[in-house]
Design a protein around this ligand. Structure first.
Ligand code: URA
Length: 292
């Protein structure tokens, strides 16, 4: 087995992985990701005990317990480029020996659950509701740098999606990856289910027009009206597909839970998005703390 060089796997003076500033023993095998660093505390305040708090740049992490369940909550910042760092470093913490720099023979799967905000693309999914993503459909390109292989069904869905949305390769090359079935089945009551589209930006890539025009002005309509078999696009945001895609390649179980703060069809925004996110955190923790 090959030793991974210092330039590829960066370890700080504390012996912690560079960006996350975490040691292997400081990470639980159930990981909740949030975008906003300030939201980490809003999750860990529900822990019965906290054993470690770390921060480096936008990556704040708290590890503790609810009952016997050991959990880490970590902030990723916004967007798929940060997810590349977070997913690779979380995986390295459990699957690469940080002393010998060699990939372990026995790999450990993590449960990685995103709790984040999102915009609804269906009139029937109002602000202040929750969506559990069945799939992440990436317009963000991150997984095109890796060797993600689609199933036949995924290829057909993508082909149909590209034809329907008329997204050209000049804009993006979409990819798709499923949620972990073993996690998704726990998030049914109180959750809408559907495909979450992940965008590489909040404004143009999500069809928000302030002072700039966009190449595909009909994008929102075409996302809303897309269907493939029983699959429909419910919402969009900025992390899910990259978590699902990298998680799948690395062998982790991934889930994405979305608080719908905006409805882009009804042109509404939640009157109290803070309270909404708090409700999603509490409801999700009740489920996550009892996962096997
Ligand atoms: N996050 C997004 O990326 N888009 C929204 O509309 C709301 C939250």
């Amino acid at each position: 087995m090959q030793r991974i060089a210092e330039s590829e796997l960066i370890i700080n003076d504390r012996g912690a992985i560079y960006h996350l500033n975490l040691l292997p023993e400081e990470l639980a095998t159930t990981v909740i990701t949030v975008g906003d660093p300030d939201r980490v505390e809003l999750v860990s305040r529900h822990f019965d005990s906290i054993e470690v708090k770390r921060q480096h740049r936008e990556f704040v992490s708290h590890t503790g317990r609810i009952g016997n369940k050991r959990l880490t909550v970590i902030s990723t910042g916004i967007g798929p480029d940060n997810i590349d760092i977070v997913l690779n470093e979380l995986d390295a913490l459990v699957n690469i020996d940080m002393t010998t720099r060699i990939i372990k023979e026995t790999l450990t799967p993590l449960n990685i659950i995103r709790i984040g905000t999102s915009g609804s693309l269906q009139a029937s999914i109002p602000v202040d509701s929750f969506v559990a993503s069945t799939h992440g459909l990436g317009l963000d390109n991150l997984l095109n740098f890796y060797r993600l292989e689609h199933t036949e069904e995924e290829n057909q869905l993508l082909q149909s999606f590209i034809t329907h949305t008329q997204l050209t390769t000049q804009i993006t090359f979409p990819y798709i990856s499923r949620a972990s079935a073993s996690l998704l089945k726990h998030f049914v009551t109180n959750f809408h289910h559907g495909i979450t589209v992940t965008c590489p930006g909040f404004y143009g890539p999500q069809g928000r027009l302030l002072r700039l025009g966009v190449k595909n002005p009909d994008l929102i309509n075409r996302l809303t009206s897309f269907s493939f078999g029983q699959h429909q696009i419910t919402n969009f945001e900025m992390e899910t597909s990259s978590i699902f895609g990298l998680g799948r390649l690395l062998g982790h179980n991934c889930m994405s839970l979305n608080a719908i703060v905006a409805n882009r069809i009804q042109k509404q925004f939640s009157k109290d998005s803070g309270a909404l996110v708090d409700r999603l955190i509490k409801h999700s923790l009740e489920i996550i703390s009892t996962l096997p």
